[in-house]
Write a protein that binds this ligand. Structure first.
Ligand code: AVJ
Length: 320
């Protein structure tokens, strides 16, 4: 097995991503079938997600950006200046500059497992804020991360926008929040985006837009499996579905078989009955109580909560 320097991917002699293959095969053997959402984000998938943020039905990105734009004064007041901003995931081109201009940080530390994205985002940021020390760290932030020595004496602000926490089941989300607390240390604050429970039609439309961009995003996983893992999954017999799971307060993305199908992936045979699905993503939604409960379970005390004008999305400031 070889490791490429960039994204810490382990591949076999023929270039197959071993973790991808293991996850997909295990997920297809299971009942119900499910594949981790992390595999949705290859280059094509990342571009499709960018496209999703611009479709009219997908409100979270616009709602969160609105909060960051309109609450700069309150962020300055409650967060203050002089903190090291530690962003979990490479900074987005829009949200991160809004936060950084609001609070006058001492430094900026983007954390990401994908080194190439990370360096591009860091360079972009350094250009926008020439006086701000930027220290990118290539790491898996699901575990405690050793921060650069230069920021050791600065109090930290963790930044985790996008309701990415909603992609995790509660147990994983709590583990992550606890790791963040260890990474950020005493006196830390956390500013986190959490999407809100709302009318089911609005939620389903956000994950099944009329233009079909989210359907492309979901079926891209099948294209990736067929291309990278020698699969022959019949794309024309699967369709995208966004489902509201009320017990778990989450939108689920599925790929639904329109008729009974058989296919192979990496030489292994699989079957699906008509109506059977492959579950490809969870996007949990919250209310005031459930978001507070999750943060508290992860070791964080919520201190302030902001919503966009239409009350669709929340940003919460919490303290360790
Ligand atoms: C970027 C993971 C937060 O769950 O809303 C968008 C991903 N999936 N449409 C979300 C996504 C389908 C998005 N996150």
């Amino acid at each position: 097995a070889t490791k490429t320097g960039l994204a810490l991917v382990e591949r076999d002699e023929s270039g197959i991503d071993l973790a991808f293959r293991a996850d997909v095969l295990e997920g297809l053997r299971g009942s119900p079938k499910a594949i981790s959402a992390r595999w949705l984000y290859d280059d094509a998938g990342s571009q499709l997600f960018e496209d999703i943020t611009k479709v009219p039905e997908y409100y979270p990105t616009r709602a969160e950006t609105e909060i960051l734009k309109t609450r700069a004064g309150e962020f300055a007041e409650m967060i203050g200046s002089g903190r090291a901003v530690v962003e979990f995931g490479s900074g987005s081109s829009v949200k991160t500059p809004l936060l950084l201009s609001a609070i006058e940080p001492a430094s900026y530390v983007p954390l990401d497992i994908a080194g190439d994205f990370l360096r591009a985002a860091a360079a972009d940021l350094a250009e926008k804020f020439p006086a701000l020390p930027v220290h990118p760290v290539e790491a898996d932030f699901m575990r405690r991360v050793e921060l650069p020595g230069e920021v050791a004496d600065q109090p930290k602000l963790g930044f985790f926008p996008g309701s990415t926490i909603g992609n995790m089941v509660a147990r994983t989300a709590v583990d992550l929040l606890r790791s963040m607390r260890e990474t950020l240390g005493t006196g830390a604050q956390l500013l986190i985006g959490m999407d809100l429970i709302k009318n089911e039609e609005v939620l389903v439309a956000a994950y099944d837009d009329a233009g079909g961009v989210t359907a492309q995003f979901n079926t891209n996983l099948v294209r990736r499996i067929n291309r990278e893992l020698e699969g022959d999954i019949p794309l024309d017999k699967l369709h995208h579905e966004a489902r509201w799971n009320d017990d778990y307060a989450r939108i689920e993305m599925h790929l639904v078989a329109e008729e009974a199908i058989g296919f192979t992936v990496s030489g292994e045979a699989f079957g699906m009955e008509k109506g059977e699905t492959i579950h490809t993503e969870n996007s949990h939604k919250f209310n005031r109580r459930t978001s507070n409960m999750l943060l508290l379970a992860g070791g964080w005390e919520p201190v302030q909560r902001w919503l966009d004008a239409e009350g669709r999305f929340s940003m919460i400031l919490a303290e360790a």
